[in-house]
Design a protein around this ligand. Structure first.
Ligand SMILES: [Zn+2]
Length: 369
């Protein structure tokens, strides 16, 4: 089989983040793989040396950090007993193993280890949502998007596991140092990072090593790591198409469940924002906005009537309204809340009658690494 040609089709709904281009600097040391302090994460040499250092420092920060304002939602989502960096790092290490750069030739790194491999849940795959007239004009989906796409991060291991399963073949991935990893589970944990991960998110500084930039990168990792979970229909927690009227309409940039990558990323970022004692007011606000952006991608209700006003249904479907109502401590103005929750005249009972509620998906991973 030609694995190269199939890669793109496998990763459509696993490509999570895109931003405008950033400049990159530093040297690459191909063929070399360095470990973080714990030895649990391997960072490939096709990532610029400066970016490798950021990743190592980010992980070092996480391993030793005690967060004084715990987040009980996060503890329950991650099944951890307290909001401590070492427990969060263990959660991450179960799902992330090898971090590679974007210039890796994925096709050249792949081989077939075993044809006719016995995968769990054979023939059962997530239902990938297809663009339809109900989500807006078909032309909107076919025409290229206006923004240039720059890779931030993708869970390559999960996409390749899916690819192998589709073709009933156990794939092998050659790590830049020559090691061969059998992709026997979405938990293989091969994460590909791009220049978008190293863009500046700090409103007060251009220093990519600043605390708020560090927290942005780490929250992205937590989102991406969650794609290593799931089985059968929930395999890799694929994203849903954002509905018409949504800010990201037309992109696979939403979740139609209550425990997906956007929920993890949003909750991690909310916890980071409430714990960043060294952040300025502006920096904390930026972290909160990023958290809200992720919460807005959680489709809590799916409207049963596709002819409903697009903007209204998108507002009702999104988790953003529920989030701002549940968190008065964010001190979002009543005017903004009304704008976010534009369907406030419709009560919960009425919404339940005309929609289907999203659920918690099974996160048990297939296979083992
Ligand atoms: Zn994602």
């Amino acid at each position: 089989m030609n694995v190269k040609l199939l890669i793109l089709s496998a990763v459509t709904s696993l490509l999570c983040f895109a931003h405008a281009p950033a400049f990159a600097f530093g040297a690459k040391t191909a063929g070399v793989v360095v470990s973080d302090d714990s030895g649990r994460f391997k960072i490939a040499g096709n990532i610029l040396s400066t970016q490798q250092q950021f990743l190592q420092q980010d992980l070092r920060f996480l391993q030793t950090k005690k967060f004084s304002n715990p987040d009980s939602d996060l503890n329950s989502l991650m099944h951890i007993s307290s909001t401590n960096g070492d427990l969060m790092e263990s959660w991450l290490a179960d799902r992330v193993q090898i971090i590679v750069g974007e210039n890796l030739d994925v096709g050249k790194s792949l081989s077939v280890v075993q044809e006719g491999y016995g995968f769990e849940n054979p023939g059962v795959f997530p239902t990938q949502e297809q663009p339809s007239a109900a989500n807006g004009s078909i032309l909107d989906w076919l025409l290229p998007k206006k923004d240039s796409v720059v890779m931030v991060m993708q869970n390559l291991g999960a996409a390749l596991y899916m690819l192998g399963k589709e073709h009933n073949a156990l794939l092998g991935f050659k790590v830049p140092n020559g090691d061969l990893v059998a992709i026997s589970s979405p938990r293989t944990g091969i994460i590909q990072v791009g220049e978008g991960l190293f863009q500046n998110h700090d409103p007060d500084s251009k220093n990519l090593d600043s605390m708020s930039n560090r927290l942005f990168r780490l929250a992205t990792f937590f989102h991406e790591a969650h794609h290593s979970d799931g089985n059968g229909q929930s395999l890799s927690f694929e994203h849903a198409l954002c509905p018409a009227g949504h800010l990201y309409a037309g992109y696979y940039a939403c979740d139609r469940n209550l425990n997906g990558p956007y929920t993890i990323g949003a909750t991690v970022m909310r916890m980071f924002a409430s714990n960043c004692s060294e952040c300025s007011v502006k920096q904390i606000e930026e972290l909160q906005l990023d958290s809200l952006d992720s919460f807005s991608r959680i489709i809590v209700q799916t409207m049963n009537d596709p002819t409903m006003d697009a903007e209204e249904s998108a507002q009702m479907e999104s988790g953003e309204c529920q989030y701002v109502l549940a968190h008065p401590e964010l001190k979002i103005s009543a005017q903004s809340v009304a704008k976010i929750c534009m369907s406030q005249d419709i009560n919960a009972e009425q919404i339940a009658k005309i929609s289907t509620s999203s659920t918690i998906w099974d996160e048990q991973p297939e296979g083992s690494r």
